[in-house]
Design a protein around this ligand. Structure first.
Ligand code: GAP
Length: 548
C-alpha cells in the first residue's frame, strides 16, 4: 500500500481533480470562494454515482421481507426530500439555535480568524525570552512550522535554530489556556509578529442566516439554511406515518444540501460551507434500539468496503462513554485516513448515532436539556418553555402489541462530499505500464469501483478508417442506453488509454483489423491490464453483468 498520509500525494490528487474536471473552486474566475466547491463533468458523475449507490443499497433496493444479517427483524425503508429553509422553530427545538457553535479567536494584528480548537503550539525560549508559538498547521507540517515561526520571532539565522529551547511537544492552545499554563499575552498567534494579539475566544453560530420575504426586517423574518437534513425527517415523521403504510421498525432517508458557516473550511472539500449529506433516521422500539444500533454501524461499515475503500485506511471508532450524550447507547464514526492528515490520523466520513427519543420529543414538547440524568423541557426565567415544541403527538401506536411509545432513533449520517473525496483519494494510483512499443511508461490511474466510475467503458476504433469507426459507433450506441460510455477516436490508442485511466474508466473496447474479420473486440481491463477478445455481440451483456 502507498504511504497513507502524504501531502504531496494530496497535491497530486487536487491537481488531477482540477485538470480532469472532477472538482473546481467555486466562482474561480473571481478568485474563488473559501469553503465552496463545484463538481466538473467527471466529478458530478462520480458524486451522483456515490449518492445513487447509497440510495439503491439503503432504500430503493432494500428487501423489506428479508431479515438482513445482524438485524433483529425485517424493516421498511422510505424517503423524503425536504426544503433547505424550514420554520425557525425547528432549529430552536433541535438545539441548533442555542448550541450549534464553534469557539473562535481573532488576531488583532493579522485580522485573521481561527477556530480555537484548531490552534496548537509549544513553548520556545531563547536567551531569557519565552513565547508560546502557535500554528494552524496540522500533521507533519505543524512542528516545522513552529520552528520557522520561533526562528523568525527570535530573529535567528538558520544555523542558530538549535539554540532554541523547546518546552515539550505540541499542545492544544485551548487546553493550555484552560490549564493556566499559558496566557493569551504569552501567545504568538499563527500569523502574528508579536505575542498578545489573540482575542478572548468567542462563540460563533454555524448556521447561515437569511431573511424571508421582500419586506423582511424584524426578527420574526429570520430564517436559517439547514445545517443538517435530519430535522426535515423528524418534523415529517407524522406525515410519513399517516400517509404511507410503514410500521416501526422503519427508516426514512434523505439526500440533500446542508450549510454550515465553518470558521476554517479546509482540506479541499473535506470541510466545506455547502455540502451534501445522506442521512437515515431509523425509528425502532426502545427495547430493540441497541441491537439496531449495532446493525446499522456494521452495515454502514461494510458499505464503504463493498465499494472498494481500502480496509487499512478505514477505521470504525466507537465513541468513549464520556463522549456520549446521556440518552445515547452508542455512537460510532467511520473514518478514513485522508492523505492530508498526519500518519495515524483519520477524518470522519459518517457518524452512526443512537439518539434515543430526543428528537421526536424535542419537536413535541420543546427544547430539551439534561437535568439530574433526565431529559426535561428547558424553561426560561418565567418558568415557560424556553423554546416551545409543536405540541403535536409524535408517538407511535403499535396496533399488534397495542403499545404506544415514542420510537427511538438510530441515525447513520454520511457526507456525500466526504465520501466522494475518500473514493477519489483511494482510487488514485501511480504505476508503470508498457507503451505501444513495449517500453515502460508511468501512468496515473483512478481505480474507482466500477459502480462509482464516472465512465464505465470507452469505445476506441484503432484507426479512423477501414470501417472501424462505423463498427465502433454501432457498439457505442448499443452500450449507451445501459451505461455511461464514451467514443474516442482522437490520438494514438496509447494516449486514449491514458486519458481513460485518469478518468478511472474500468474497460476500454478497441475495434481493430481483427474485428472486421471475426466480429470480436479487444477488452482491456484498467487494473489488471489484461486484454482479451470478446465477441462484439456479447459486449453489452458482459459489461452489464460486471456492473451488477
Ligand atoms: N445529523 C447529524 C449530523 O449532521 P454530523 O456529524 O455533524 O452529524 C454528518 O454530520 C456528516 O456530514 C459528517 O460525518 C460529514 O461526512 C458530513 N459533514 C459535516 N460537516 C461537513 C462539512 N463542513 N463539510 C463536508 N461534510 C460535512
Amino acid at each position: 500500500m502507498d504511504k497513507q498520509n502524504d501531502q504531496s500525494r494530496m497535491d497530486k490528487i487536487v491537481s488531477l481533480a482540477k485538470r480532469r474536471g472532477f472538482v473546481f473552486q467555486s466562482s474561480e474566475i473571481y478568485g474563488g470562494l473559501n469553503g465552496f466547491w463545484d463538481y466538473g463533468p467527471l466529478g458530478v458523475a462520480l458524486k451522483r454515482n456515490v449518492k445513487d449507490a447509497w440510495w439503491r443499497d439503503m432504500v430503493a433496493g432494500h428487501d423489506e421481507l428479508a431479515t438482513l444479517t445482524g438485524a433483529p427483524s425485517p424493516y421498511e425503508m422510505t424517503g423524503l426530500d425536504c426544503t433547505i429553509i424550514m420554520h425557525p422553530q425547528v432549529w430552536k427545538c433541535s438545539g441548533h439555535f442555542d448550541l450549534f457553535h464553534d469557539w473562535m479567536i481573532d488576531c488583532r494584528e493579522s485580522k485573521r480568524r481561527y477556530r480555537y480548537d484548531h490552534l496548537h503550539g509549544r513553548w520556545a525560549a531563547h536567551r531569557g525570552k519565552k513565547v508560546f508559538v502557535t500554528t494552524e498547521a496540522s500533521g507533519d507540517e505543524a512542528v516545522p512550522e513552529t520552528v520557522a515561526r520561533a526562528q523568525k520571532f527570535f530573529g535567528l539565522r538558520a544555523k542558530q535554530v538549535d539554540e532554541i529551547e523547546w518546552g515539550g511537544g505540541l499542545e492544544s492552545l485551548e487546553q493550555v489556556i484552560a490549564a493556566g499554563s499559558a496566557t493569551l499575552a504569552d501567545t504568538l498567534g499563527p500569523d502574528a509578529a508579536a505575542p498578545g494579539s489573540l482575542t478572548e475566544p468567542r462563540e460563533f453560530n454555524l448556521m447561515f442566516e437569511t431573511r424571508i420575504g421582500a419586506l423582511a426586517g424584524d426578527d420574526d423574518d429570520r430564517a436559517f439554511l439547514r445545517p443538517e437534513t435530519a430535522q426535515g425527517i423528524f418534523v415529517n415523521f407524522k406525515n410519513v406515518l399517516d400517509t404511507s403504510r410503514v410500521r416501526v421498525p422503519f427508516g426514512i432517508a434523505q439526500v440533500g444540501k446542508s450549510f454550515r458557516n465553518e470558521i476554517t473550511p479546509r482540506n479541499f472539500t473535506f470541510r466545506s460551507r455547502e455540502f451534501e449529506q445522506m442521512e437515515i433516521e431509523f425509528f425502532c422500539k426502545p427495547a430493540e434500539s441497541a441491537e439496531w444500533y449495532r446493525f446499522w454501524r456494521d452495515r454502514r461499515w461494510k458499505w464503504y468496503l463493498g465499494l472498494g475503500l481500502t480496509e487499512g485506511r478505514l477505521q470504525l471508532r466507537e465513541h468513549h462513554r464520556d463522549e456520549l450524550s446521556h440518552y445515547s447507547v452508542g455512537t460510532a464514526d467511520i473514518e478514513y485516513a485522508f492523505p492530508f492528515l498526519a500518519e495515524g490520523e483519520f477524518g470522519e466520513l459518517e457518524g452512526i448515532a443512537h439518539r434515543g427519543d430526543f428528537d421526536l420529543r424535542s419537536h413535541m414538547e420543546g427544547k430539551l436539556v439534561r437535568k439530574d440524568g433526565e431529559l426535561v423541557v428547558e424553561t426560561g426565567p418565567d418558568g415557560k418553555p424556553r423554546h416551545r415544541g409543536s405540541g403535536k403527538d409524535l408517538s407511535y401506536f403499535d396496533d399488534v402489541s397495542r403499545e404506544r411509545y415514542v420510537p427511538h432513533v438510530i441515525e447513520p449520517s454520511a457526507g456525500a462530499d466526504r465520501g466522494t473525496l475518500a473514493f477519489l483519494c483511494d482510487a488514485f494510483h501511480e504505476d508503470e505500464v508498457p507503451d505501444e512499443d513495449g517500453k515502460p511508461r508511468s501512468r496515473t490511474v483512478m481505480k474507482f469501483h466500477p459502480r462509482l466510475a464516472p465512465v464505465k467503458a470507452a469505445i476506441l476504433p484503432l484507426v479512423k478508417k477501414d470501417g472501424m469507426p462505423e463498427v465502433a459507433i454501432d457498439l457505442y450506441r448499443a452500450l449507451k442506453p445501459h451505461m455511461a460510455c464514451q467514443y474516442d477516436e482522437k490520438g494514438s490508442v496509447g494516449r486514449r488509454y491514458a486519458r481513460q485511466d485518469e478518468a478511472g474508466t474500468p474497460w476500454c473496447l478497441t475495434i481493430d483489423g481483427q474485428t472486421l474479420a471475426d466480429k470480436t473486440v479487444t477488452l482491456r481491463d484498467r487494473d489488471s491490464l489484461v486484454q482479451s477478445r470478446v465477441p462484439i455481440a456479447d459486449v453489452v451483456d458482459l459489461l452489464r453483468d460486471k456492473l451488477a
